[in-house]
Every structure is written in structure tokens, then in C-alpha cells.
Design a protein around this ligand. Structure first.
Ligand code: KG4
Ligand code: ZN
Length: 348
């Protein structure tokens, strides 16, 4: 099955062509992405109206690029997938509208994917792919969740953030350090030169006994330290504060993820979402899992953040297992707010 996937839930327009083959690993035939980060940087965050307009400008040229680079034609597409939610309503409508129009023109079914399910299943595009069941740590700009995944569509929430997401903690701390938006990658680059023990920052809920997270207090602690350093802060102190912030976030994420892994009885931990690109997080989780005789699976680095491939992949996995059917009636909607448990068989 060849699936054309569209992602437009936030500030990245992603298009990809994925081929799934019975008994063999799926193949990414082509992929193109446009990040709007630079456009939104001026405003310090995503401006929804600008995001929608930019998706409109980018989506078809990106689709043409993917088809040209993969040497495939639209006639070869079996299914058109798009992100149905959660995300920004206007931005979602662009991808959904284009996907459903294309499906109607081609006489092919379309399917609306849950964005987080896309992230969760993105490690199946890596080699080796994980096997079910596994524990998943989903860490993006909008979500921080630990889940037990028994099968496609079977997701049990083990814990989640009660306030800011891990990506938000990175982004807000980066903003305080004058690193622009989105700050996660920039903060982790600056942290490479810093001393992670230089500032004593809190590890919220580390010993709470449950698997929930809280990052709002950390941001306040970073702000306090930043103020103490004053406006003429030297480069080394900025790097030290970046490293200390990263360590605080990574310590909590990894401690809880490893605790969940241990309690689950499985030997597989899957990490997905933008923060999964963080090198320190990967190193800490790999080392911790090794001690438990377990293994950590990641999506290919370029597919950690939002992309069309994970959307195509999730659609293919659902349809191939008969868990959902593509739609051919040309009707569609988007779900800006859409709890994952609504698409989870475990919840019903
Ligand atoms: O999954 P994603 O692309 O979008 C959402 O669905 O939210 O995640 C974006 C988030 C941002 O908060 C970004 O700062 C963070 O992932 N991020 C990182 C790194 N790369 C992306 N955070 C820490 N270290 C990184 N290397
Ligand atoms: Zn995402």
C-alpha cells in the first residue's frame, strides 16, 4: 500500500510517501518538510493565522517535490492520510482539505490521523522497529505522556504533565536565555558548553511516586536564576544555566520513563516527539535501559519532530489491521482538541 501523508497541525508543513509491504519493513519513498519556525520567531511563538496561510502556500509544492523525488505519480497512491487533530484548527483544515480533495480527484480513500498516534508509531519507520507491547514516552511541544502500548490503537495512559509540556519547558527556558523560538534545539546546543551542576534547579515531582510530570515551576526557577545573573551575563554562565535546565528536564523525564518501563514488565521503551531528538535525553535513557536489560527505540532523527511520514505510517498501520476504514464521501472535519483515548481500543 502506498500512502501519501499530510501534516499541518502546527508550524510545520510535512508531506511524505510511505510504502508498506506485507512481511517487510515499511519504506519511506519520499519526504519533504517546510518549517515555519523562522516566520514565527519574530513573534516569539506560533501565530495561528500566519501558520494557516503558510501551509496553503507550501503544501502543493511540497507534494509535487515528494512525488518527483520518489519517482512516483499520484496514480500510484492508494490512500491519502492527513492529521485530523489535535492542533490549530485553521492549520489542520489546510492539510485535511487538500488531502480530501486529492482523494476525491483520484478516487482514493482518505483517512484522518490522530497527531499523537503518528508520533507514537513513528519508530516503526526505523530499523529495527519495536515490537508490541512497549512503554512510550511522548515528549513534544504540546504533550508529555507516558503510555503503555499493547497494539496499534491500544494505548493506556500511565502518566502525563499536569501543566507545561517538556518541549514547552525547553522553549520557555530558551526564551528566558534569549535563544528565540523554538528554543529546544538552541538550548541543547548551548548546553553542550555548560556545566550541568552549576545551578541547583528543582526536579519537580521526581519523588511523587506516580508517573506524572510538572514543569511550570522549573521555568520560574530558571527565571529567578536568570534575573540574579543580570543583563550582562557572561557566555559561560548562560551555557551553565542552559546545561542545568536541560539536566533538570532530562532527569525527571528519564527517571519516570525508566520507572514505567520497569513496572511494565516489557523490555522496550519507545521515545517519540520533538524532545526525543535531545541528545542528553537519549544518552540518559539508553544507559538506564541497558541497566534494566531493556532497549530504547527512537524514530529516525529527522522524524522526531512533526512530519508527514508518521501520519502516512499511522494511517497505514490502522487500515492494514482493519481498525479503521478510509473515507470516500468527500466529507471531513478536524479535531483541534482530541484526547488520544478516543482513538484507543484500550479505553473502550
Ligand atoms: O513534536 P514536535 O515537533 O511538535 C509538537 O507536536 O509539539 O515537538 C516540538 C518541540 C519543541 O518544543 C522543541 O523545542 C522541542 O520539540 N525540541 C527539542 C529538541 N528538538 C526539538 N527539545 C530539546 N532538545 C532538542 N534537541
Ligand atoms: Zn508533534
Amino acid at each position: 500500500m502506498i500512502v501519501l501523508g499530510f501534516e499541518s497541525s502546527c508550524d510545520e508543513t510535512g508531506v511524505a510517501l510511505v510504502e508498506t509491504r506485507p512481511g517487510a519493513a515499511p519504506r519511506l519513498l519520499g519526504e519533504a518538510l517546510h518549517s515555519q519556525a523562522e516566520m514565527h520567531a519574530e513573534y516569539g511563538g506560533v501565530v495561528p493565522e500566519l501558520a494557516s496561510r503558510d501551509h496553503i502556500r507550501r503544501v502543493l509544492p511540497l507534494a509535487r517535490q515528494v512525488l518527483a523525488e520518489s519517482g512516483r505519480t499520484l496514480a500510484e497512491v492508494d490512500l491519502v492520510a492527513y492529521t485530523r487533530g489535535p492542533g490549530l484548527a485553521g492549520a489542520l483544515l489546510v492539510g485535511a482539505g487538500v488531502a480530501v480533495a486529492l482523494g476525491a480527484a483520484l478516487g482514493r480513500p482518505t483517512f484522518g490521523v490522530h497527531h499523537l498516534e503518528g508520533h507514537l508509531l513513528s519508530p516503526f519507520l526505523a530499523d529495527p522497529a519495536p515490537e508490541f507491547p512497549f512503554v512510550a514516552l511522548l515528549v513534544s511541544g504540546g504533550h508529555t505522556q507516558l503510555m503503555r502500548v499493547d497494539a496499534v490503537g491500544s494505548y493506556e495512559l500511565l502518566g502525563e504533565t499536569i501543566d507545561d509540556a517538556a518541549g514547552e519547558a525547553f522553549d520557555k527556558s530558551a526564551k528566558l536565555l534569549g535563544l528565540g523560538y523554538p528554543g529546544g534545539p538552541a538550548l541543547s546546543r548551548l548546553a553542550e558548553f555548560g556545566d550541568a551542576t552549576a545551578f541547583a534547579l528543582p526536579r519537580p515531582l521526581l519523588h511523587s511516586g506516580d508517573l506524572d510530570f510538572s514543569f511550570a515551576g522549573l521555568k520560574t526557577a530558571v527565571m529567578t536564576q536568570q534575573r540574579k545573573l543580570g543583563p550582562n551575563v557572561c557566555e559561560q554562565s548562560r551555557a551553565d544555566l542552559a546545561a542545568s535546565t536541560q539536566a533538570a528536564i532530562v532527569d525527571v523525564l528519564s527517571a519516570k520513563a525508566l520507572r514505567a518501563l520497569k513496572a511494565s514488565g516489557t523490555k522496550r521503551l519507545v521515545v517519540a516527539g520533538g524532545v526525543g531528538a535531545n541528545r542528553r535525553l537519549r544518552e540518559t535513557l539508553d544507559a538506564g535501559a541497558k541497566k534494566l536489560g531493556a532497549r530504547v527505540f527512537y524514530p529516525p532523527l529527522a522524524l522526531c519532530t512533526d512530519n508527514g511520514a508518521m501520519i502516512a505510517m499511522a494511517a497505514a498501520m490502522r487500515l492494514e489491521r482493519g481498525l479503521a476504514q478510509g473515507s470516500t464521501d468527500g466529507a471531513f472535519d478536524v479535531r483541534p482538541r482530541w484526547p488520544l483515548d478516543e482513538v484507543s481500543a484500550a479505553a473502550s
